[in-house]
Design a protein around this ligand. Structure first.
Ligand SMILES: Cc1cc2nc3c(=O)[nH]c(=O)nc-3n(C[C@H](O)[C@H](O)[C@H](O)COP(=O)(O)OP(=O)(O)OC[C@H]3O[C@@H](n4cnc5c(N)ncnc54)[C@H](O)[C@@H]3O)c2cc1C
Length: 537
């Protein structure tokens, strides 16, 4: 008999299991895939070429979790990019962001914008600090009934309110904008030149199937700002060995504390009796009993597919059915014979821009049009592509002299209009993505030796990401913080006793943070301590 079964060996399932085991619980993790790590894995996609299959860049991974699980001791090494971003802009040249060059670079387009950069970044950082302080906390939960429990939640809300109060009125106004306004309106209020707005605005449409002018998109921008690399806040880096190095280290940490990880073991049912979860049934029909179950999977998958409808309140089920899922993400990995030679910055010898996040999207207007296209046709005629070439920072991924690149492309509709299947469009849309890069680096197309493609449907089929949603559910005001996944269930507990959500469908949402897994483990342990859940003998 186990104490806890964790469904899903995504990074959050692994983090959750490790904390539970460190506290002395007997834990088994089950995953349908033959490899642990969920969307944060490294795989060989063509002989000799390895890459992070889905997630590809690290920043949000919480430093406390890195320390607690001793991920460095288990082999994790993260390196920073020399500069954050490079935007090839055709006739307008290029913009580099980061590496101490941003001001000089932005001044090429607007000296006014260059002058405003410091203030923008100081303010965003102050607000990101507030968010950062809350990621490892359980949000205040809206409760009915017990006045005692309600007081505890009020205290939590008070802590958050105090942090916000400490910002001062001016920053509180910015905070409101960042939660409710569009990234486009927010950035237009700061800057006049298109390239820097595109560089910053890109974060608002990552995994967010929306125009950067959609209200709420500014929050997605903020969500991508609370991370850090080796202590430097707000920057993105690379895990040596790819994102799989993170989850391999997590799996090792979990195993070192006695967690059993069983792969190629899909769960088809959470077993519930008298309103309490008591185990799972696997796809192969095996029943595995435990005193609690934690699910690191999309809330829609959990509650609509694995839990019997009769075990859930009707209203809860209806709301979960309306949980908004679906990123406009199309993802490719390519093996390259040489580095791209950009027209605006020639040379295919490795340079700092090759080791950055190369964003092909010159303006917010371009991003908005990409969304409009995807709404009508299914994909963008002129798509947004971020190209990252991790082999410029990591020689473990490709044969000497050759490279691997991630293409993270937006916007591609989660479901194509007119009943068309992504299976019929995958190759032609992949060609379009390659052409899009080729327009800026004319050697790119001929340098592609092999490619791996994930349409939104492939992301769903391969990783269990409903609607291809990279965050397990849209990050907007209606689905974050106390409302993630639903008001009244922000404490990682659902309506079924002993059944917890430990994946990105819980606060603080998606990205390789480890935070939902960490927080869910704390709540699960609290229930064990309070004897709401019995310890297995
Ligand atoms: C294309 C793409 C690019 C991304 N880029 C980045 C990035 O660069 N940086 C970043 O920080 N984040 C990125 N993200 C987001 C990030 O990867 C995810 O938000 C995060 O990995 C989710 O982690 P998780 O542990 O909550 O769930 P997941 O990683 O989704 O893991 C869930 C696991 O549950 C398993 N599972 C599902 N159903 C069952 C079942 N019935 N039985 C057993 N197992 C089951 C799945 O196989 C999977 O292994 C990206 C995501 C995608 C898809």
């Amino acid at each position: 008999m186990r104490d806890v079964i964790v469904i899903g060996a995504g990074h959050n399932g692994l983090v959750c299991s490790a904390y539970l085991a460190m506290a002395g619980l007997k834990v088994t993790v089950l995953d349908q895939r033959p490899i642990a790590g969920g969307a944060a894995v490294t795989e060989e996609f063509s002989p000799g070429f390895f890459n992070s299959t889905a997630a590809y860049a690290v920043s949000l991974l919480n430093p406390k979790i890195i320390r607690d699980l001793d991920l460095a001791g288990h082999g994790l090494k993260i390196v920073a990019r020399p500069i954050s971003n490079f935007l090839p802009l055709g006739d307008q040249g290029f913009l580099k962001v980061g590496g101490g060059q941003t001001k000089r670079e932005v001044a090429k387009f607007s000296s006014r914008d260059a002058d405003r950069l410091d203030e923008y970044q100081t303010r965003l950082k102050a607000i990101a600090d507030v968010l950062r302080a809350s990621v490892l906390e359980t949000p205040p939960n809206i409760l009915e009934g017990s006045p005692l429990a309600a007081i505890a939640e009020l205290l939590k809300a008070g802590r958050v309110a105090n942090r916000i109060r400490a910002l001062g009125l001016d920053l509180q106004r910015d905070l409101l904008d960042l939660f409710a306004a569009s990234a486009g309106d927010f950035l237009d209020g700061w800057f006049e030149s298109a390239p820097i707005k595109a560089a910053f605005g890109f974060d608002s449409i990552v995994g967010n199937y929306a125009s950067p002018y959609a209200p709420g998109s500014a929050y997605v921008l903020l969500h991508h700002s609370f991370g850090e690399v080796n202590g430097t806040k707000g920057v993105w880096g690379h895990a040596i060995g790819g994102m799989g190095a993170i989850t391999k280290a997590m799996a090792k940490a979990a195993a070192a504390h006695g967690v059993e990880i069983r792969l190629s073991t899909g769960v088809r049912k959470v077993l519930v009796e008298n309103g309490r979860a008591f185990g799972v049934e696997t796809e192969k029909g095996e029943v595995i009993r435990a005193n609690a179950v934690a699910a690191g999977i999309n809330p829609k998958l959990l509650y609509l597919q694995l839990v019997d409808g009769g075990a859930l309140p009707e209203d809860f089920r209806r709301r979960i059915a309306n949980w908004r899922c679906g990123s406009g993400t199309f993802r490719m990995n390519v093996a390259l014979s040489e580095l791209p030679d950009f027209t605006v910055l020639p040379g295919h010898e490795a340079a700092e821009h090759h080791a950055s996040g190369i964003i092909i999207a010159p303006s917010l207007a371009y991003m908005e049009q990409a969304y409009f296209d995807a709404r009508s046709v299914g994909w963008s005629r002129r798509p947004i592509v971020e190209l990252v070439i991790p082999s410029t920072l990591d020689n473990t991924l490709a044969p000497r002299g050759q490279h691997v690149a991630s293409l993270f492309c937006q916007h591609a509709a989660p479901q194509l209009p007119g009943g068309i299947s992504w299976d019929d469009q995958r190759e032609s849309v992949a060609d379009l993505m390659i052409e899009t890069v080729n327009e800026h680096a004319p050697n790119f197309k001929r340098s592609v030796l092999a490619r791996q493609i994930f349409s939104p449907l492939d992301l769903e089929r391969t990783f269990g990401l409903t609607g291809g949603d990279i965050f397990h559910g849209k990050l907007d005001l209606g689905q974050i913080f106390s409302a993630r996944p639903m008001l009244g269930h922000a404490d990682y507990r659902g309506p079924v006793a002993g059944l917890f959500l430990c994946g990105s469908g819980g606060h603080p949402g998606g990205g390789v943070t480890g935070a939902p897994g960490h927080n869910a483990a704390r709540e699960i342990l609290r229930d064990f301590r309070r004897k709401r859940i019995a310890k297995a003998r």
